[in-house]
Ligand binder design. Structure first.
Ligand code: XMP
Length: 519
């Protein structure tokens, strides 16, 4: 699916790399509109006049086998500049007659150092003498294609940046889109502004008016219903639609009893009193807890919660007549992930449940005003809609809520215990100005008890696990390094204030090999 077919853009052709999304984000962060398409979609392109550049992503395929992922050759002859990244570079080399080989000697994973061989507009202010870049490749180009030159090499691979300046075709073996590559943004800047000569044409804020107009045009005099959770996405959707159609937006907040401490009431008060939204509360906490009794399997928990949520939402929505639309906070990554670059589905690790998903029976038309935006762009939109920082900058929170942070069986006592510990942890992060440096943080309860000593008595109580990670998109993550006194202090505070916890541990694994949540 492509949006904005009247707008100058850069198209990113996805060959299945884990980090293709980051390429699109980097380009947009520089103020240029970009979209991701699959190699199959390239065949359907008719009008090239809006395409100011192509970027070919990395991917798991190899051009050294008989069958490999490719693109129609015409795109190289449309006078549109092209930048190939990793597999993209190898594909360019293959198409133009170079030689590529899988090689133990030349493969590079992780950090590598670039050496300049020749000047080029692509590396201006990016590469002076020696740059550290991030690599992830087994195949390497070992013979230059005709009419190409080498701009830079590394110790292991000679042809690391190549160019055909006449055709404006460039290739880099490393990944400039990841933050581990030093100054990678400069390389994108050079490609976009010096080589593609595209003008800045994109900011999420500048889209606000268009989105509101589109909602008005689509909805006309009808009503829209939306599930409001208080997370960034549903909050921005609600504010946008409210700006467009006011009271004809009906928001439903379902209290599952699995939210953070006081969060449900806080969200309700803000949206009712400050933003004057038309909101209806449903307290379904008893039903959720009842259905989750004695359930410890994480996937079963997710399924129960997902199904029940839809049932409660559907029942509530039947109370409103003449509703024609259901609003959802679908984001651009959801759209990208729903189409696979190779046709194969990446293996399912956890079945993520999205609030408000699939009440097909309701026969409502969907409106998804955020479907062309990345999360950071949604936050920019949120800010311009006046969404308060506490909500706009909130960490992501999983649909099944605390149910997947209480490992094992869920009881009202365990929910209460976890809510208290989590609140202490999060408040401390806010007070110490660490909250916005962290992508996601939470407390969890482990399903085992351990011995402790408090005063003169032996205790046998619960373990609280704390997790705080940095990440760009949740696909990979690093644990956050706290100053030692922070960890000591938080452990004391939790044990002194939460009855039932006598031990606090901090999770120091990254993703991979772990995931962000425990279940
Ligand atoms: P993992 O644990 O897979 O989490 O590394 C990545 C991101 O996804 C969130 N997450 C979920 N979100 N329903 C959701 O809506 C779920 O079932 C779910 N499981 C994980 C997680 O909080 C993190 O932001």
């Amino acid at each position: 699916m492509q949006f904005h077919n009247d707008k100058n853009k850069v198209l990113i052709i996805d060959f299945g790399s884990q980090v293709t999304k980051l390429i699109a984000r980097r380009v947009r962060e520089l103020g240029v509109y970009s979209e991701i398409i699959t190699a199959a979609e390239v065949k359907k392109l008719k009008n090239f006049s809006y395409i100011k550049g192509f970027i070919l992503s990395g991917g798991p395929s190899t051009v050294t086998e008989k069958k490999f992922q490719s693109v129609p050759k015409e795109i190289f002859y449309k006078d549109v500049p092209i930048l190939g990244i990793c597999y993209g570079l190898q594909l360019i080399a293959k198409i133009f007659g170079g030689k590529i080989k899988p090689s133990k000697k030349r493969r590079e994973f992780g950090r590598a150092y670039l050496f300049k061989k020749k000047s080029s507009p692509l590396i201006k202010n990016f590469l002076n003498k020696k740059n550290s870049v991030w690599m992830s490749h087994e195949d390497a180009v070992i013979r230059l294609p005709k009419n190409f030159k080498t701009i830079a090499s590394t110790k292991n691979s000679k042809l690391t940046i190549i160019e055909n300046s006449k055709r404006k075709i460039y290739g880099v073996q490393f990944h400039p889109e990841v933050t581990h590559t030093k100054n990678g943004n400069q390389l994108f800047k050079n490609f976009l502004f010096s080589i593609c000569k595209i003008k800045k044409n994109w900011s999420a804020t500048s889209q606000k008016k268009r989105l509101i107009d589109e909602i008005k045009k689509t909805v006309k005099k009808n009503k829209v219903i939306c599930a409001l959770s208080g997370g960034v996405d549903s909050s921005v959707v609600a504010l946008l639609i409210n700006k467009a159609i006011k009271k004809r937006l009906v928001c439903i907040m379902v209290d599952t009893g699995l939210m953070r401490k006081d969060e449900f009431k806080y969200t309700y008060d803000i949206f009712k009193k400050k933003y004057r939204l038309n909101i209806n509360l449903v307290d379904a906490s008893k039903i959720f807890l009842g259905k989750l009794k004695n359930i410890s399997n994480p996937e079963t928990k997710r399924k129960i919660i997902g199904k029940l949520f839809i049932k409660v939402f559907e029942k509530e929505s039947k109370k409103y007549k003449d509703i024609k639309f259901l609003a959802q906070g679908t984001l651009y990554p959801d759209i990208i992930e729903s189409k696979s670059s190779t046709g194969s589905k990446t293996s399912k690790i956890k079945s993520h449940h999205n609030v408000g998903g699939l009440p097909k029976k309701m026969k409502l038309k969907l409106i998804e005003p955020l479907k062309e935006f990345f999360k950071d762009e949604v936050r920019v939109l949120g800010k311009s809609l006046g969404l308060i920082k506490n909500i706009n900058l909130k960490h992501p929170f999983p649909g099944p809520g605390l149910a997947i942070r209480i490992i094992g069986n869920i009881t009202p006592e365990r929910i209460k215990m976890l809510q208290q510990a989590d609140q202490i942890f999060i408040n401390e992060l806010i007070e110490r100005k660490l909250y916005n440096k962290i992508w996601q943080a939470y407390a969890a309860l482990l399903p085992i008890k351990t011995v402790g000593v408090m005063g003169d008595s032996r205790t046998y109580e619960n373990i609280c696990l704390l997790r705080a990670v940095t990440s760009e998109d949740g696909m990979t993550a690093d644990y956050f390094s706290f100053p030692k006194n922070f960890i000591d202090n938080i452990s004391n505070k939790i044990i002194n204030n939460v009855k039932g916890i006598n031990r606090v541990v901090y999770d120091i694994t990254s993703k991979p090999p772990s995931t962000i949540e425990l279940e």
